[in-house]
Design a binder for this molecule. Structure first.
Ligand code: NAP
Length: 313
């Protein structure tokens, strides 16, 4: 059987595309990826998604979007796409669960993943003090001193969240100016549990059974320092989850999919939505908007296809 429209990814972009497609009677099939919801599902508090005056947790927001899509008939499969063939239509997709799908149109909403520090000790201590998800792991650090790496919105937002558990949160930033939005900067600077460590990059994460020490380097003077810590939360940006499409979809040097103003990729019938192509805004609400746009374009593409096949030239 050939699907009309498949969506890879279940963050705000993928689920919004699913809501719109389901309401347009396209009966979309969403392949979620490893976890439903993508990055927003690991965010504790979302305060700037319109409509939620008192904020909403990431997992709750995802659950609401999922329910809304399913209410209109979207099918959501917990599976992971391992291979795609976009050389001819219908496009072919293979998944971890051993399924093969064919689809006339495809929306790529695979998002982005937390960037790693790539320093000695990071891999070794993953799950033993090194984490990329405060919502998931913050609870394990009750009463402990921890470090958050990064100076953007994620580092400050998650650092503030971690003060609920930790006795001290050291925010380690490679410059002496933060990238984060002013409201988060004000909150962090006024939080007595937060200590900023400026002009410092992580050289190494050391410990025995668990993390014990961070070796820091001043990028200008190259002076080294040690910071005792029991946890390290890494928030140094993201890389797009687009490896699957290498050699098939046009991408920039960093791996972001290249799209036109209507989210068409270089392959007719394949659209991209969200952080797989957007390295500028990276907001849940914007990804949701992109999901809507991509679906509307996919619908137009499918309508033209149906018209051409019923009126061959
Ligand atoms: P980001 O804005 O790209 O910030 C990454 C931070 O990590 C920057 O401060 C950067 O330093 C630092 N960094 C990068 N590579 C590093 C390395 N190798 N070692 C040390 N530090 C490194 O990423 P983000 O904070 O994850 O935010 C991503 C997007 O999501 C942004 O558009 C943000 O606005 C959005 N977001 C919004 C909210 C919200 O609205 N509440 C919450 C979370 C995220 P430099 O500053 O020196 O480059």
């Amino acid at each position: 059987m050939t699907e009309n429209l498949m969506i890879i990814g279940s963050g705000p972009a993928g689920l919004t595309a699913a809501i719109y497609a389901a309401r347009a009677n396209q009966s979309p099939l969403v392949i979620t990826g490893n976890e439903i919801g993508g990055q927003i599902a690991t965010t504790n508090e979302v305060e700037n998604y319109p409509g939620f005056v008192d904020g909403v947790t990431g997992p709750e927001l995802v659950q609401l979007m999922q329910k809304q899509a399913q209410k209109f008939g979207a099918r959501i499969e917990m599976d992971y796409v391992t291979g795609v063939d976009l050389r001819a239509r219908p496009f072919k997709l293979e998944t971890q669960n051993g399924n093969t799908y064919h689809t006339q149109a495809l929306i790529v909403a695979t998002g982005a993943s937390a960037r790693k520090l790539n320093v000695p000790g990071e891999k070794e201590f993953a799950g033993r003090g090194v984490s990329y998800c405060a919502t998931c792991d913050g609870f394990f650090f009750r009463g402990k001193e921890i470090a958050v790496i990064g100076g953007g919105d994620s580092a400050l937002q998650e650092g503030l969240f971690l003060t609920k558990f930790a006795s001290k949160v050291h925010i380690i930033h490679r410059r002496d100016q933060l990238r984060a939005q002013p409201i988060l900067q004000d909150r962090a600077r006024n939080d007595p549990k937060i200590n900023f460590v400026w002009n410092s990059v992580v050289k190494e994460i050391q410990g025995s059974a668990k993390v014990e020490t961070l070796v820091l380097e001043n990028p200008r003077t190259h002076a080294l320092a040690e910071l005792p810590t029991q946890g390290v939360f890494v928030y140094v940006g993201h890389t797009p989850n687009t490896q699957l499409f290498q050699g098939q979809l046009a991408m920039d040097a960093e791996g972001y999919i290249q799209v036109d103003a209507r989210l068409h990729t270089n392959v007719p019938g394949v659209f991209a939505a969200g952080e797989a192509h957007d390295h500028v805004f990276r907001q849940a609400v914007i990804s949701a908007g992109y999901g809507c746009m991509a679906e509307m374009e996919a619908e137009k593409f499918l309508a033209e296809l149906a018209h051409t096949s019923s009126h061959p030239v």
